[in-house]
Design a protein around this ligand. Sequence first.
Ligand SMILES: O=C(O)c1cc(=O)[nH]c(=O)n1[C@@H]1O[C@H](COP(=O)(O)O)[C@@H](O)[C@H]1O
Length: 241
Amino acid sequence: MSGMNRRIMVALDFPGVTEANLCVDMLEGTGVYVKVGMQLYYAAGPDYVNRLKGKGYSVFLDLKVHDIPNTAKGAMQSVAGLGVDMVNVHAAGGRKMMEAAREGLEKGTPAGRQRPLLIGVTQLTSTTQDMLNTELGIAGSVEECVVRYARLVQEAGLDGVVASPKEVPLIKEACGTSFLTVTPGIRPKGTDVGDQHRITTPEEAFALGSDYIVVGRAITQAEQPKQALHDILKGVRQYAD
Ligand SMILES: O=C(O)c1cc(=O)[nH]c(=O)n1[C@@H]1O[C@H](COP(=O)(O)O)[C@@H](O)[C@H]1O
């Protein structure tokens, strides 16, 4: 198994446990990370996260918390008890919210355990330049906004950001190479773009310096999911460090 496998996060975006289990069984032994997002978490809850941990998976719990500081702190305190490996908040919640989230996570992590990595979402990979300016009312380029948010995330003491792979070189330049980049918006050649906009292939993402790539539908909705995963793993092996 290549060390690259644990840098691939498979998004378990399924309506329930039955569908998720089919995918999880397929992933067994590959060493990939799994990501539990809102759809599965709201349907299956903390028990399912515990089951994934019990099977030995590294788990990114992607709940994208965005609330007032006190609520974000409480949410992270609860989540810390689950023993997941990575969690996230929206950088748009601001510095105080992110600091409170980190404090909550630290407070909730049981003694002797490492606190989960805390990651700030910059601009969603479904956001276009036009949406940023006209709908969200944020002036400037997507790249400028992402880098500004990344600096704020770092100042708040978080471990890294979610962004498009396209923005990784600018983020690493601004925040340093050890500041983590988790990058969705991954589309292997020939796969449906769907609702994503700022996309790259898996190979491009690693060539640009991504630490982790998040892949959902290109695997989970493929006609042959196992083959799709295999092809991705094969393609990115050259980027092993
Ligand atoms: O935080 C995330 O994981 C995330 C942030 C972002 O900007 N864009 C994004 O697509 N995601 C998640 O990454 C996954 C991408 O799924 P696919 O587009 O199916 O590969 C989904 O689970 C999204 O919720």
